[in-house]
Design a protein around this ligand. Structure first.
Ligand SMILES: NC(=O)c1ccc[n+]([C@@H]2O[C@H](COP(=O)([O-])OP(=O)(O)OC[C@H]3O[C@@H](n4cnc5c(N)ncnc54)[C@H](O)[C@@H]3O)[C@@H](O)[C@H]2O)c1
Ligand SMILES: [Zn+2]
Length: 357
């Protein structure tokens, strides 16, 4: 069973990737834990609640529902849930099991971070995006009107239990959006994964179990390594933002409704590849390979009517813009990226135009 260690100053834990592991979920609940709160959404619970219930058979737990949707990823529902947890006997010995996509990973993780000044959370992600990204690394939080994830906390989980079989009920568009984060993993650090994604795209898109399990394990291992080397986003963790600077601008510009996160990242990777080529960081050959790969796993929804200048203006307001300087993660070759700042605005605008066209 592939399992990977995450070692951070805050906590050391394991991420397990195994088809069917959900059937043994109970074994990841520490014997000494107090009340167990399963935090999910009604949608996820309808699809996969029974599966988790079977894995938790014999244990006592309470199920709490968060509203789904990015627009409800706010502090208010967490306050309500915390009140509910207290009413149901929650205390400092309680444990949260986060069961859902990235929204649940972030929200239930943050709830655990602040409930009674912090209780443990077990992450059991149910979307591809959450399995390879959101559930790993300890970043938790919710949105403010001013922007995404503007309040939050680093709260590393007890463990991350990843069962690729949970993806059987995931809608096609959500599955593809998650694949883009795996493509990202290939481009930034995993040339073998990139090759596999290129050679076996048919199997990957058809959700052939062996192919799916392999790409998830590769992407999870990569993220575990990066987070272990750098929990708090110094230079190494920054490489995970490949495609995200431009992607966040697109998400914000379209009100978080037109594109899924992974789709926006795919757009962002395209812009970053063009920028990398214009600034001489990446060869024309690798540029074509990366653009082809994004095409294979696409297309993303149409980009018409989005002014390039608006996206440029939004880049400047990104949370990750430090002291007015935009750091771009640009490809150098397949499997390697560089963090570059001080790029002329004219070139950035041009790369956005190319990615939009
Ligand atoms: N903390 C991090 O490091 C990190 C990293 C990446 C993304 N995120 C966050 O993740 C969020 C997006 O996550 P997401 O893309 O998983 O979206 P999501 O949580 O909204 O899930 C997408 C949809 O899939 C449904 N769903 C979930 N599991 C299912 C299943 N097994 N079967 C059928 N339907 C299922 C959900 O109900 C929802 O409608 C964003 O808020 C983003 O900020 C966080
Ligand atoms: Zn992402």
């Amino acid at each position: 069973m592939p399992s990977f260690r995450v070692e951070t100053p805050q906590r050391c834990y394991t991420a397990v990737v195994e088809r069917g592991v959900i059937g043994h979920a109970a074994q990841y609940i520490p014997a000494r834990a107090g009340k167990l709160f399963v935090v999910s959404t009604e949608d996820v619970w309808r699809h996969q609640g029974e599966t988790l219930a079977r894995g938790l058979a014999g244990l006592a737990y309470e199920v709490l529902h968060l509203p789904g949707g990015e627009e409800h990823k706010r502090l208010a529902p967490l306050e309500q849930l915390a009140e509910e947890m207290v009413r149901r006997g929650g205390d400092r010995s309680s444990l949260v099991l986060a069961f859902g996509g990235g929204i649940v990973s972030d929200m239930a993780g943050f709830l655990a971070a602040i409930f009674m000044r912090g209780i443990p959370v077990l992450q059991v992600p149910t979307t591809l995006l959450a399995q390879v990204d959101a559930s790993l690394g300890g970043k938790t939080g919710v949105n403010l009107v001013a922007g995404k994830n503007l309040i939050g906390s680093f709260h590393q989980p007890l463990a991350v239990v990843i069962d690729p079989a949970l993806l059987d009920t995931l809608p096609e568009r959500e599955y593809r959006a998650g694949l883009y984060e795996i493509v990202k993993a290939g481009i930034i650090r995993e040339p073998d994964l990139f090759r596999f994604l290129a050679d076996r795209s048919r199997d990957v898109l058809a959700r052939q179990p062996q192919a799916v399990d392999r790409i998830i394990a590769d992407a999870v291992r990569m993220k575990c390594e990066v987070v272990s080397a750098d929990e708090r986003e110094g230079d190494l963790r920054r490489i995970l933002n490949f495609g995200h600077t431009f992607g966040h601008a697109l998400e914000a510009e379209t009100g978080y409704t037109r594109f899924l996160h992974g789709e926006a990242v795919a757009f962002g990777m395209r812009a970053a590849v063009y920028l990398g080529q214009m600034t001489g960081h990446v060869s024309a050959e690798d540029t074509v390979e990366i653009l082809d790969m994004l095409q294979i796993y696409g297309p993303i929804p149409p980009l018409d009517g989005i002014p390039a200048a608006n996206l440029l203006a939004r880049l400047v307001h990104d949370k990750k813009t430090v002291q007015g300087k935009i750091h771009f993660v640009l490809p150098v070759r397949i499997g390697e990226v560089a963090v570059v700042s001080g790029i002329e605005e004219k070139l950035v605008l041009e790369s956005i135009r190319s990615a939009l066209s």
